[in-house]
Design a binder for this molecule. Structure first.
Ligand SMILES: Nc1nc2c(ncn2[C@@H]2O[C@H](COP(=O)(O)OP(=O)(O)OP(=O)(O)O)[C@@H](O)[C@H]2O)c(=O)[nH]1
Ligand SMILES: [Mg+2]
Length: 630
């Protein structure tokens, strides 16, 4: 069965609650004080089934002092019934409630002229004209305007039929993924404990599952779920639900919190928005303190304007809101702003980015960023790409697509696949990186290598880690690896422990090249008894500086090994290591300097550096004057 949430709206005493009761048989005024004073103070709820459609009514108070309670009810509405009493016509809260519904983009609705029994047809025609003037050009332009009387039942049948018809055109909410339930009521039920209610905006809510209360971060368990007064094993988006929770007291939770799961929403104090200032409002200056109403939550915050000192009435603008407590948002959420004092609705708007980077706002770049976000707000793919692009090489975690990007859960993977397929983004591990960012960093990598080769002609290349620190400090390692992988695949670089430009060869002079060859040859023949470096230099006829420089180069290539002051041919040392290890198998446990000298026919000058080498390589360990073979 289709579920539709129908809200009331309108001035105090215009017969909203009476009409809900006439339609459902339930008096939505449940508080003792409401009954005593004959007015609605807080939200009331009732339900009925009409022509196969489950209608849930949210009845709001008309009193100007309770607009904040009214606001907590509008967020979940699919349809609104704007009430205008036949004997009073359009009044201040008729206008204010209508503006609120318009600014929050309640998708559809109708107008009811109530108390028709108190007016004749010419009075009703006047009311009709005033209503039409009010709603011209809005979402209610052309909507049904029905005269009804809760007292004598006139027009009720037509109203029911109109609601059932409108219900057919209501948007479907996505039932995939975790639930998002802004809480509008909390109470305790004898024998059950804490119950919270609300309109399930997206996802599914199941009995026995663990959920998160935001912003408190408290974990709770769903003990039971009720929809329209009946127990269910699960509820789905668009339904009004009552959830019995274990793990918390009534005092631990209040209206304005949201029941959800991780990665479904952003919990945030700074929000980038576009807003529309009402004609009736005063100019809104940078820095003004305002009341922010979103979902069932009300917060105080300050307006920051990226451009200009103020917003003029009747115009739209971009703004950043700095809130005094966390809001629970995703991109695309609608909200209302009210003046701090005197209380009045002044503006409404859309969340463009619930987690904006904290960079300069009143700068050219800040303004450009808003222009881009505002421009793309309608299209999820463009908005997500704007966020991906802005995240730079760090990438946008795919997990944030729902909670920050406002992408429906079931559309997330498809959107990622599309952006990757289009070549706009690359998926690297758990993040999306803009393809343009990846290609833009290639030039700096190649330039850094070129500079490095020029400054260090004898080095094989630039250490992998040094490039990462210099150019990829904010990026996950996987992103850096991906850039290298692409450059290697294109044969632009060779990447081992060091990264080298393709075609780069260590540049040696003829003398250096000859010295290298001679050093290797001499040391190979000398095996475990090489000459010291100055003797080596003399023997091959070059300066000691050249020998030292070539020693570093050959050392880096693992052709020579330096131990103590001496250079050895690496294969000679490898053989030595293997032999000593083999000795152990023949039962020899220890080795002293004398035995080592004798065994290899070397003097102390060679024996000491060689034994130190073996210690370093953990082939032996020094114990007193002797060595234990490990
Ligand atoms: N004659 C007549 N009186 C009505 C009708 N509907 C409501 N009333 C009376 O109007 C008064 C206000 O009705 P409510 O339904 O409480 O008005 P409301 O819009 O819910 O008021 P708030 O919730 O306080 O904003 C009550 O005394 C009702 O009995 C109607 O159709 N005809
Ligand atoms: Mg009422």
């Amino acid at each position: 069965m289709q579920h539709v949430v129908v809200g009331t709206a309108g001035h105090i005493d215009h017969g909203k609650s009476a009409l809900v009761q006439a339609l459902t048989g339930t008096d939505p005024d449940r508080l003792r004080e409401e009954k005593a004073r004959g007015i609605t103070i807080d939200l009331g709820f009732a339900h009925t089934v009409e022509d196969g459609v489950a209608l849930s009514f949210v009845d709001v108070p008309g009193h100007e002092r309770f607009v904040r309670n009214m606001l907590a009810g509008v967020g979940g509405m699919d349809l609104v019934m704007l009430h205008v009493a036949a004997d009073e016509s359009v009044m201040p809260q008729t206008r204010e409630h209508f503006e609120i519904c318009r600014l929050l983009q309640v998708p559809a609705g109708l107008v009811v002229i109530t108390k028709a029994d108190l007016a004749d047809s010419s009075m009703i025609d006047v009311v009709r004209l005033e209503v039409e003037e009010l709603v011209t050009g809005s979402f209610l332009d052309g909507a049904p305007v029905l005269a009804v009387s809760a007292r004598n039942g006139a027009g009720l049948a037509e109203l029911r039929a109109a609601l059932a018809t409108l219900a057919g055109s209501v948007r479907r909410r996505t039932s995939h993924g975790p639930p998002r339930l802004p809480i509008d009521r909390v109470f305790s039920m004898k024998g059950f404990g804490t119950v919270v209610t609300g309109t399930l905006l997206t996802g599914r809510l199941r009995q026995d599952e663990d959920l998160l209360l935001q912003p408190s971060g408290r974990t709770v368990k769903v003990r039971g779920v009720q929809v329209h007064g009946a127990s269910r094993s699960e509820a789905e988006a668009g339904q009004r639900v009552a959830v019995n929770l274990t793990g918390l007291e009534v005092a631990d939770v209040s209206r304005g919190e949201t029941l959800t799961q991780i990665d479904t929403v952003s919990v945030t104090r700074h929000v980038d928005v576009s807003l529309e200032l009402l004609e009736s409002a005063r100019p809104l200056a940078h820095g003004t303190r305002v009341r922010f109403h979103q979902g069932t939550r009300e917060l105080l915050g300050r307006i920051a304007l990226p451009e200009g000192p103020r917003v003029e009435p009747g115009t739209s603008a971009f703004a950043r809101l700095h809130l005094e407590a966390p809001a629970i948002l995703v991109r695309g959420d609608r909200f209302i702003l009210r003046a701090y004092s005197p209380l009045a609705t002044i503006a409404g708007g859309t969340v463009l980015d619930p987690v904006p980077p904290r960079r300069g706002l009143r700068t050219a770049a800040g303004a450009a960023r808003f222009a881009r976000l505002g421009h793309v707000a309608a299209d999820a793919a463009d908005a997500v790409m704007a966020m991906v692009d802005e995240a730079g090489l760090a990438g946008l975690p795919i997990a944030q697509l729902v909670g920050r990007g406002g992408v429906p859960w079931d559309a997330r993977d498809g959107l990622v696949a599309r952006l990757v397929q289009d070549g706009q983004a690359v998926r690297i591990g758990a993040v999306l990186v803009a393809a343009s960012r990846l290609s833009a960093v290639e030039q700096p990598v190649l330039a850094a290598l070129k500079r490095h080769h020029a400054q260090h002609p004898l080095e094989e290349g630039m250490p992998r880690e040094e490039i990462r620190e210099r150019l990829f400090a904010d990026a996950p390692v996987a992103v850096y690896e991906e850039v290298l992988r692409v450059l290697v695949a294109r044969k632009a670089v060779v990447a081992r422990d060091r990264v080298t430009l393709a075609g780069h060869a260590v540049a040696l002079t003829d003398e250096e090249a000859r010295a290298c060859d001679a050093m290797v040859e001499t040391l190979r023949t000398a095996a475990l008894a090489p000459p010291d470096p100055s003797a080596l230099a003399r023997a091959i006829g070059v300066s000691s500086t050249v020998v030292d420089r070539m020693a570093v180069l050959l050392g880096r290539r693992a052709i020579l090994v330096k131990t103590g002051d001496l250079l050895f041919h690496a294969p000679a040392l490898d053989r030595l290591k293997a032999e000593i290890q083999a000795l152990k198998a023949t039962g020899v446990e220890t080795l002293d300097v004398a035995a080592f000298k004798e065994r290899y026919g070397v003097t102390r000058k060679h024996a000491i550096p060689l034994l130190e080498f073996l210690d370093r390589e953990r082939v032996t360990r020094r114990v007193g004057d002797s060595r234990r073979i490990l």
